[in-house]
Ligand binder design. Structure first.
Ligand code: HAM
Length: 431
């Protein structure tokens, strides 16, 4: 049998323990922040029927056209897709369970999502999102509250150099009128359109505005703008959002070309962007907006909704220094020993310290494989423990243990082994 080693799937990363500690810490911060705004967790499956994403996100979006991990279930022929985002699945689940029957719901989901993109720094094929959805809220105040909430998070994570872009996509009828004008405009500049743009011309002309092709920039800049087609209600709604943001001192720029890559949006859309070198061209850390039509599109009752998703890999790249500073120790106590008698005593000490509620790592490897105290001390340091308990044969004979502080001022004391637990509890937990 070939012994070729396996590598991870391209664009999908292992998160090893040192990094996973940062992830866990960030997730904890996020949960506390979400709770403080009244959001509750919900979890839909990672797999959904392919048609859900095609209909929800839009047939002619990049995500649906090029980036879905789709496959046919060999057992029953179902066409399935690994979730490319949370919103479509959350809305599907909300409709199925009648979640908003008794009123609006603030929910969030966190976990891996999958897009078959070209991997680069900040862009992966498996990545993680925190997706926050306010289901059943129709007012502009919720659009603004989500943005305020995000500003609070950036502050808490000490994230600077992040800026907000805002736009409105109006109502479906206004977009339809804009669309007719756009198609006519692009048709009159047919010779400047690239292959992608020609293909999208009738299916999704709005996405042509999003083109990265430098040869098309000037033509696209002069294209008819949606704002020219907005009615009074859409305009005043957008003004209301802006007023609320200004009231609480949030700066933003209006980017009329911000259309987002998913078709379900209407009215407010926004992105938070970091321009520094850390993320290079993948500077968008959070994107969101209103999707008042999605419930109906997926077969539910009309239900206004608004939300956003944060790319967690990108957020970690930007905030890792702050996260590292605030990491908790892995364990309270590392128990070291030398010799057969001491190994046995150490085993018992570890058990009794854990019974007191302390987290304890016992140096393992048996009495023969334990190694010198010096090498054990290195492991104790690496474990991030606050204290080392050191037991040799002399200590066992004298009924004592040595306790060395590994943090702060250091120092070592020798105590009767019966007093070790209460000493450590007092030092670590203050009891
Ligand atoms: P999205 O803009 O497609 O929106 O993705 C949200 C965030 O996910 C992006 O701003 C980015 O930080 C991160 N992201 C996207 N693709 C990748 C990738 N390939 N690698 C790493 N990070 C990535 C949505 O998904 C919407 N569902 C957001 C939403 C929720 N709108 C309303 N509710």
């Amino acid at each position: 049998m070939s012994k070729e080693k396996f590598n991870a799937v391209k664009g999908m990363n292992d998160i090893l323990p040192d990094d996973a500690a940062l992830w866990e810490h960030l997730e904890e911060v996020l949960r506390g922040w979400l709770k403080s705004y009244g959001y509750r967790n919900m979890r839909a499956p990672i797999l959904e029927k392919t048609g859900l994403f095609a209909r929800g996100i839009g047939e002619f979006t990049d995500v649906v056209e090029k980036e879905m991990f789709s496959f046919i279930d060999r057992l029953n022929g179902d066409d399935l897709t690994l979730r490319t985002e949370f919103t479509a699945g959350v809305v599907r689940a909300a409709i199925e369970s009648n979640l908003t029957y008794n009123g609006p719901q603030r929910v969030y989901s966190m976990g891996p999502v999958f897009r078959h993109e070209r991997p680069q720094k900040g862009r992966y094929r498996q990545f993680h999102q925190l997706s926050v959805e306010s289901l059943g809220f129709g007012g502009a105040d919720m659009d603004a509250e989500l943005i305020v909430m995000l500003r609070d998070l950036w502050d808490e994570l000490d994230l600077r150099d992040v800026r907000l872009e805002l736009n409105t996509l109006g109502q479906p009828e206004e977009r339809a009128a804009h669309r007719v004008a756009l198609i006519a405009y692009f048709e009159s500049h047919n010779e400047l359109l690239d292959e992608d743009a020609r293909r999208r011309l009738h299916a999704n002309p709005l996405r042509i505005l999003d083109t990265k092709n430098p040869a098309m920039q000037e033509m696209v800049n002069n294209a008819p703008r949606l704002t020219e087609f907005l009615g009074d209600e859409s305009k005043s709604r957008f003004e209301q959002v802006q007023r609320l943001l200004k009231d609480v001192g949030i700066d933003f720029t209006i980017n009329p070309r911000l259309v987002r890559g998913l078709d379900y949006y209407n009215h407010t859309v926004f992105e938070w962007i970091c321009d520094g070198d850390t993320l290079g061209s993948q500077g968008t850390i959070c994107g969101g907006g209103r999707y008042d039509g999605l419930f109906e599109l997926l077969g539910g009752k009309p239900t206004p909704a608004v939300g956003f998703a944060i790319g967690l890999e990108r957020l970690i790249l930007l905030t890792q220094d702050t996260l590292k500073q605030n990491l908790d120790a892995n364990c309270d106590v590392y128990v070291m020993h030398q010799g057969e008698v001491a190994a046995r005593a150490a085993f018992g000490v570890a058990v009794s310290l854990r019974q007191m509620g302390l987290s304890v790592v016992l140096h393992c490897g048996g009495s023969e494989g334990a190694g010198s105290f010096k090498s054990q001390m290195k492991k104790a340091d690496a474990s991030n423990a606050s204290f080392a308990v050191i037991i040799g044969e002399d200590e066992v004979n004298a009924g004592t243990v040595n306790i060395k502080s590994l943090r702060g001022e250091g120092g070592q004391v020798t105590l009767a082994s019966t007093e070790a637990a209460s000493y450590l509890m007092q030092k670590i937990a203050g009891v």
